[in-house]
Ligand binder design. Structure first.
Ligand code: 5AD
Ligand code: SF4
Length: 470
């Protein structure tokens, strides 16, 4: 059976569940953990749920089906899952709701074993390669009142044409590839999301054009390793159609840049080792591609980077940054950093601080190293004590915050192009939007501006946001 046929079968299950529900307007909730890829998967789950006749709610008391889309990149997600299951158990006892858990954590056997043993009231468990089959799983759970476990270890395929209900009508994300082949030694992703495989150029362009038609202004291209888009296909001579001249990440950027209506293009995450000249040139040439580039550093020390299997040195990272700054006017950078990787000495950690000082990132996402079962990092002997990891984290945080404060000054009294996203969460009289460099700007203005690109004068800075005037 090909993927198209599989998707058709699922649309039949969507109809069957809808029939069972018989217009009862049942409600569902969804808790999404982790990265933007997971959020995009959740939008697909929501799309299926709504087609099956369910309505979304944030009020746990009125829920008929509770969905959890899990992440397993760090340990704290596990604590969050078990906490949530504790709450849902009471609801299950009270009104017999259905509980379904999916996503990355479900690809880990020690986790599913624990759930089956300690949380036997969970109805459906599904993995990252079986998301498209959720209607069938739900149908079987409803009809046959049995526990469903639908997890595949083999390579997942790419399923086009799944329903989707997006969270925003201004910004949308498009997953351009699944999986990862890099095996950074701290990271669980390659084990739970499988090998790298890219979507067909035509499917991506059609999705982007459809979004433009619907009025979306910003598109974020998603993948674990976006700048190796179509690399595996080319290396292994896997057939793909070179649609609109697209045969690489750079040509994909150029093609999306031509789509009328789209005003901004972002992408996460690229890998520094694959940041080739053609991608840098495409970013420089394409007006719509935002000049904030996320460039995960992970560590600033060459020995630690080697242990992490990152395939670049401190110097190579800094050279890449210099080259990008030279070629891309108004470039800003954000990054990911892990502190306390096994064996990292105090001296080696200083190198991370040194790179942060040199590059002056716009934003730094900081993480304390978390041992992940099955990864090489977990088996390393020289784990860093928790207390030491926290000390290093606090030092890095201090440096980053002082840099952000300093960096914010450069915005004062400048005019910034801001895509207006909606009302401010804390003050409904104010609007909020983002600059090209992804800074939040809050300002007073009429609601008609929502969804539009406006020019604002920045009048004050407040660490995590700027204040602007229309
Ligand atoms: N511990 C801490 N942080 C991690 N990341 C990935 N794996 C781990 C881990 N085991 C971080 C990396 C990555 C980001 C998405 O999460 O910095 O870029
Ligand atoms: Fe994990 Fe490295 Fe792949 Fe990113 S590139 S998903 S950090 S293995």
């Amino acid at each position: 059976m090909n993927t198209e046929q599989e998707v058709t079968i699922q649309s039949k299950f969507i109809e069957k569940v809808k029939e069972i529900n018989n217009d009862k307007k049942l409600k569902y909730s969804i808790l999404t953990m982790g990265c933007q890829l997971n959020e995009n998967d959740s939008e697909k789950l929501c799309g299926m749920m709504e087609q099956m006749g369910y309505q979304k709610t944030d009020n746990q008391e009125e829920v008929d089906i509770a969905l959890i889309n899990t992440c397993c990149v760090r340990e704290n997600a596990e604590d969050k899952l078990y906490g949530k299951l504790g709450e849902l158990k009471k609801l299950k006892e009270k009104k017999g709701i259905i509980i379904a858990i999916g996503g990355c954590m479900m690809q880990e056997k020690h986790i599913t074993d624990k759930i089956k043993q300690s949380y036997p009231f969970v109805d459906i468990i599904f993995g990252t390669h079986t998301l498209h089959r959720f209607p069938e799983d739900l149908y079987n759970a409803l009809k046959e009142k049995k526990k469903i476990e639908d997890i595949l270890d083999i390579e997942g395929k790419i399923y086009e044409g799944l329903p989707i209900k997006r969270d925003s009508n201004i910004k949308a994300s498009i997953t351009i590839m699944n999986g990862c082949n890099n095996f950074c030694s701290y990271c669980i992703v390659p084990y739970v999301r499988g090998r790298e495989r890219s979507r067909e150029p035509r499917a991506i362009i059609e999705e982007a054009k459809k979004l433009a038609k619907q009025g979306y202004k910003e598109i974020t291209l998603l993948g674990q390793n976006v700048n190796s888009y179509l690399r595996v296909e080319k290396e292994k001579n896997i057939n793909f159609e070179e649609y609109e001249g697209i045969n690489s990440f750079a040509t994909l950027l150029r093609a999306i840049n031509k789509i009328e209506g789209i005003e901004r293009i972002r992408f996460v995450s690229p890998h520094p080792k694959d940041f080739t000249e053609d991608v840098i040139n495409a970013i420089a040439d394409c007006k719509k591609v935002c000049k904030l580039i996320h460039l995960p550093l992970q560590s600033g020390n060459t020995k630690v980077l080697k242990e992490m299997n990152r395939k670049y040195t401190k110097e190579q990272y800094l050279e890449l940054v210099e080259k990008m700054k030279e070629k891309i006017p108004n470039l800003t950078l954000s990054t990911d950093i892990i502190v306390g990787f096994p064996g990292e000495t105090g001296q080696e950690f200083e190198d991370t601080l040194d790179v942060v000082e040199k590059v002056k990132f716009e934003q730094v996402y900081m993480f304390i190293y978390s041992r992940r079962v099955g990864t090489p990092g977990d088996k390393m002997q020289n784990q860093i004590p928790e207390e030491e990891k926290h000390k290093r984290f606090d030092r890095l945080k201090q440096l980053v915050e002082s840099q952000i404060q300093e960096n914010n000054q450069k915005y004062l009294n400048t005019i910034q192009k801001v895509l207006v996203e909606g009302e401010s969460k804390n003050n409904s009289k104010m609007l909020t939007g983002r600059t090209d460099s992804n800074k939040v700007v809050v300002f007073e203005g009429s609601k008609e501006l929502i969804g539009r690109m406006v020019e604002l004068k920045i009048v004050s800075e407040h660490m995590w946001y700027l204040k602007g005037e229309f």
